[in-house]
Design a protein around this ligand. Sequence first.
Ligand code: C2E
Ligand code: MG
Ligand code: MG
Ligand code: MG
Length: 285
Amino acid sequence: RAKSAGGNRYELADEEADARAITRHGLTTALPTALERGEFFIEYQPLVHLGDGSVRGAEALVRWLHPQHGVLGPDRFIPLAEHTGLIVPLGRWVLEQSVRQAREWRERYDDAGPMRINVNLSPCQLTHPGLVQDTVDILERMGVPPDVLCLEVTESALIGADDDLLKPLRRLAEMGVDIALDDFGTGYSNLANLRRLPVSILKLDRSFTQSMQQFPADPVDLKIVEGIVSLAHSLDLAVTVEGVETGAQAEQLRILGCDTAQGWYYARPGPPERLHELALVDATG
Ligand code: C2E
Ligand code: MG
Ligand code: MG
Ligand code: MG
């Protein structure tokens, strides 16, 4: 930048960069003890059927209640956990908690239809050799059938994936675990490549939902979403949309044929009791 910006601004920028680096370093070193001390917790965000508005399940989203910094979102610490390898035990913990929660929902609301649980997997977990066995163990220990679980993998993690990377996902899919392609539409993947992947659900990225803000929405965006939905359905994939914030978006996406929606319009991520309320309202009409 130009010198005329003034010395103070350089200093300020440097201080901010230092503060960020210190925090990053501090957070990284605090991660392992945070897991031991139970500072992580999970919020659940409902997945809503666009056809009838019923709650069909929830996505598990991890948070860190840091003793000094308060609640930190996953974007603050998941990259650090990936970098240090802590993501493997952390991911296992998230999976176990989520499956336990799914079992509780099943015990309470078996009349309301199966409540499913979506859990995010990071690329490091995909390449970790224990993934399939850990998942099988957790499901068996909790007595939860595999078809209750959906593992979300981002499109970018699977771009150019070779068979070795896909093998564990295939195994899980064969067992009945659903695999969802998260943030779909942001990764420039080859659409024809979809048939090679063991996925059964596309999660359309929030950017598509955002372009449905206006009613009627931009005609080109409508065509793109329409095309993705029809391709997905012709490949027997269900389509979930992320980031639905308004009723107009929900209606537009329903008309376009999307199957399931998730977003603040229905509910923000929250404690599991919140899901109890939503599902109960739903079950009683
Ligand atoms: P994601 O899997 O794409 O999750 C959706 C994100 O969108 C969540 O952010 C959610 O809170 C947010 N969101 C939901 N509805 C709306 C809406 O209507 N509007 C807007 N603006 N945002 C909405 P969050 O909780 O901060 O999570 C961010 C990302 O962190 C997730 O993106 C996921 O990639 C990752 N993540 C979360 N939990 C885990 C985990 O347990 N393991 C791993 N590996 N990654 C996780
Ligand atoms: Mg996700
Ligand atoms: Mg997503
Ligand atoms: Mg996303």
